[in-house]
Design a protein around this ligand. Structure first.
Ligand code: FE2
Ligand code: FE2
Length: 294
């Protein structure tokens, strides 16, 4: 058997071990699981959410810092978690708590540049929100749900990067040497890609279905049977994030935009230009969110 075949078999076995032993992957802290339930329940109040957050001092301080940061530009000072929840809204709380928890869960040694990873994710999230705001007249959707899906869209990569460092180093080398997108290199070298690994995490963490679908289908939004609108938004936002220079490394190849994307979203050339202008002029703000994530 050739060395290449032996390697491929080894990779498959390592991936199968990770997928089968889902329990060994990090769990969302119970406080975060409960908070997602609270946020999804129509009967919950700001006090219910605040009561949970206050049990975690690190989350409490992140929440207050975010409410007072230029990222949201709220013109008065916020000193309690309840007012932070009221001012920011449930879905913003969900984005922050989920992304801060994921950043903490995957804070080990990584193959990819983790700072660039989070910058790409946060800029994708900001672009998603800008797209949703831009489309308000066409279709109603909560911009913060799109932000949350944007921050988490590539989480599958974190499993590869932290748990399979040597295999993922080969994937990155392949992508660089052949100037192909990471997704293509993952499929080629490992036979599995980060969208699939994202599903494993979304299932394990019981993330809401719209969020899971956006994670799974962000590279092939046309295949999403449910929440395909959100998947298209994240797909476009992901490409925009690459186009404004926020990729995983300098010169990373980006997959082409799916043909149906702009038609599905009803984004014409002039709309696209406005969206690009808005994201470019708010790029600096990503630092505020990134600083709070860590
Ligand atoms: Fe991706
Ligand atoms: Fe991405």
């Amino acid at each position: 058997m050739s060395q290449e075949n032996t390697d491929a078999l080894g990779v498959k076995a390592r991936i199968a071990a990770i997928v089968e032993d889902v329990d060994s992957l990090p769990s969302l802290p119970s406080i975060v699981m409960k908070l997602i339930e609270v946020v999804n329940s129509p009967d919950s109040s700001a006090e219910d959410a605040a009561e949970l957050i206050e049990k975690d001092p690190a989350l409490t301080s992140k929440m207050i810092r975010l409410a007072n940061s230029a990222f949201y530009g709220i013109p008065r000072s916020i000193s309690s978690v309840t007012s932070a929840v009221v001012v920011l809204g449930f879905n913003t709380i969900r984005s922050l708590v989920l992304s801060a928890s994921v950043a903490k869960m995957f804070d080990g040694k990584h193959t990819i540049d983790i700072d660039r990873f989070w910058k790409h994710s946060v800029v994708t999230a900001m672009a998603s929100k800008i797209i949703v705001r831009h489309l308000m007249g066409v279709r109603m959707m909560d911009p913060e749900s799109a932000f949350c899906a944007g921050v988490l869209h590539d989480i599958g990569m974190l499993i590869f990067s932290q748990y399979m460092p040597e295999d993922y180093a080969k994937v990155c080398e392949y992508a660089k040497a052949n100037a192909v997108p990471l997704l293509e290199a993952e499929d080629k070298v490992m036979g599995v890609n980060h969208a699939y690994m994202g599903k494993i995490l979304a299932d394990k963490w019981s993330l809401p279905l719209d969020l899971e679908n956006a994670i799974v289908y962000h590279h092939a939004p046309g295949k999403a049977e449910k929440s395909s609108h959100l998947a298209h938004i994240i797909h476009l936002a992901d490409i925009i994030s690459h186009n404004v220079g926020c990729s995983h490394w300098e010169g990373e190849a980006c997959a082409p935009e799916c043909e149906t994307c702009r038609a599905e979203l009803k984004v014409g050339d002039a709309d696209y230009e406005k969206i690009m202008f808005n994201i470019q002029s708010s790029l600096d703000k990503s630092q505020d969110f990134l600083a709070i994530l860590k």
